[in-house]
Design a protein around this ligand. Structure first.
Ligand SMILES: Cc1ncc(COP(=O)(O)O)c(C=O)c1O
Length: 384
């Protein structure tokens, strides 16, 4: 992608004071102003419920379902609403039967919402829970491909490691899963919205995404892509709106065995959240307008520049560019992260986060060169 295709700063869309360097999208994105306004309008409707019609339970949700589907090249019917990534993985694990002798593959130090459901499934089924050790060369893809075999029942992984952005080639892993009949469950919370993912290329069985990070969305509302081959599976809860004809409120007493089409059966109860759903819509509209490939290219330039400078000026390393997700950087200090570094940075209005052995520096389109100067000048005073 050429320089002309990169996006200009979008800081004016965010409520970030000039003297705040917020480099922590991996923790939580700030809400864009249009999303905040949409949420305020939505919340006000609850103060006047007579303005909420039965159609309102469906219209915005269906639009949001379609926008998320567009982002990952899925059909609207493949998308369900979830309150958290853990809920999405619970839907998947609830429907997967394994036997002793089979394995569940995960990565070392993976985020817990994509670990505990699989430990539980292993305990229930007798399958082995396997955590692939961190490869010294950060080549998670090779590590996974070496372990995927006829015994593999589930591969439960992210697109990039949440501690340092280490990238997994999902297309290759997806192909390996299909060769042996393994089920592929992806946690896209730290990537979807900022790193392109096409479900037609990867063919995951399930893909869950919490929206409060790279989707710039609200807390407590996320998405679950469910491959069509799982659309007949059993949801973990049974709510009225997921059943056929739920649009007819007067007829809800006519209990239905059938569900709404596609993945809608997996929707969390009370998914028609009048405050949060419009927030999600406004944020998805923004991202789709910018386009995910342009976001990735713009953030790649930013994170590469930070990585180079950290290495050149301070000898601080990170995952090599080719093995790192475009948008995601984790700095590695050869003698460990100085204990007071995050606090010293925060005291100077520089916001990053430490996870595992890495200090995550994850700017988004709001970040400016001034923010990066603030980061490095604070590092200068602490690390040198
Ligand atoms: C990789 C990853 N997945 C998921 C989450 C959030 O999980 P949940 O929505 O289950 O709270 C996080 C939060 O930091 C994360 O880093």
């Amino acid at each position: 992608m050429s320089g002309g295709d990169l996006l200009p700063s979008q800081r004016s869309l965010f409520d970030i004071p000039d003297d705040v360097a917020y480099l922590n999208c991996a923790y939580m994105s700030p809400l864009p102003k249009p999303s905040l306004a949409a949420g305020e309008t939505g919340l006000q409707r609850k103060a006047r419920p007579w303005t909420i019609s039965s159609a309102d339970f469906f219209v915005v949700s269906e639009a949001v379902r379609g926008l998320f589907a567009q982002m990952i090249n899925a059909s609207t019917d493949d998308v369900a609403f979830i309150p958290a990534a853990s809920y999405g993985m619970a839907q998947a694990a609830h429907n997967i039967s394994l036997t002793p002798g089979q394995t569940i593959l995960t990565l070392a130090e993976q985020f817990p919402s994509n670990v505990y459901p699989w430990m539980d499934l292993a305990e229930r089924s007798g399958a082995a829970f396997v955590s692939i050790p961190r490869p010294p060369d950060d080549d998670w893809t090779a590590g996974l491909l070496a372990r995927i075999d006829a015994a593999t029942g589930v591969v439960a992984i992210p697109h990039c490691h949440w501690t340092d952005g280490g990238l997994i080639d999902l297309k290759e892993v997806g192909a390996a899963c299909r060769r042996v009949g393994a089920i592929l469950c992806i946690d896209g919370t730290q990537s979807v919205g900022a790193l392109p993912l096409d479900v037609k290329h990867v063919d995951p069985d399930f893909l869950c995404v919490a929206s409060y990070k790279w989707l710039l969305g609200p807390y407590s509302l996320g998405f679950l892509y469910v491959a069509p081959r799982w659309h007949d599976a059993r949801p973990i809860e049974h709510n009225w709106i997921a059943r056929r004809d739920s649009e007819d409120f007067a007829g809800l007493v006519n209990y239905q065995r059938e569900y709404q089409p596609g993945a809608r059966r997996f929707d969390v109860g009370e998914r028609s959240n009048f405050a949060l759903m419009p927030v999600a819509k406004a944020s998805l509209d923004l991202i789709l307008g910018w386009t995910v490939p342009r976001i990735a290219a713009t953030l790649r330039r930013r994170t590469d520049a930070i990585a180079r400078r950290a290495q050149d000026e301070f000898g601080i390393g990170s995952v090599a560019a080719a093995r790192r997700a475009d948008h995601y950087l984790g700095l590695r200090f050869s003698r460990g992260i100085p204990a007071d570094l995050p606090a010293r940075l925060a005291a100077n209005n520089v916001f990053v986060s430490v996870r595992g052995q890495a200090m995550r520096v994850t700017p988004h389109l709001w970040a400016t060169d001034t923010d990066i100067e603030r980061l490095f000048s604070t590092l200068q005073s602490v690390v040198r």
